[in-house]
Design a protein around this ligand. Structure first.
Ligand SMILES: [Zn+2]
Length: 133
């Protein structure tokens, strides 16, 4: 068996799953692990510390190429039109936030494309307000 290396790192399991799907559609095997485990326990980690996407070493270059093309475009379309200040308190101290990771992951398995069911939004670090985008 070949050695696995980290192809990319993500804040959210959903993002890692989108990337994984992109790689698999290109015929590149991959798997996901969080900071502390190399198995499916990452589902329960609630994205603490980030999620890593592994590929076999010989696929690393191809994987990085695909991730830098397809995935960045997908992220741009998701994130770049979002407002950057909190509608509740006006703070600009906000960060991308997602809800419903596990249901979305199950839908991803079943339907292969969870974005329409996924609550993607921003969370205010100042007052904790979450709003959908
Ligand atoms: Zn706020």
């Amino acid at each position: 068996m070949s050695k696995s290396v980290v192809a990319a790192k993500f804040s959210f399991p959903l993002d890692a799953n989108i990337a994984k799907a992109n790689l698999e559609s290109a015929g590149i095997p991959s798997f996901i692990a969080d900071e502390h485990t190399v198995n499916m326990q990452w589902l329960y980690s609630d994205a603490m510390g980030g999620v890593r996407l592994f590929v076999p070493e010989e696929y690393l270059q191809d994987a990085r190429k695909i991730l830098s093309e397809d995935f960045s475009a997908a992220v741009d379309s998701l994130c770049h039109s979002q407002p950057e200040s909190c509608p509740h308190c006006g703070s600009q101290n906000v960060e991308p936030h997602t809800k419903g990771k596990r249901p979305a992951f199950l839908i991803f398995i079943l339907a292969g494309f969870p974005l329409f069911f996924y609550q993607h939004g921003l969370k205010c670090s100042q007052c904790g307000y979450f709003w959908k985008t």
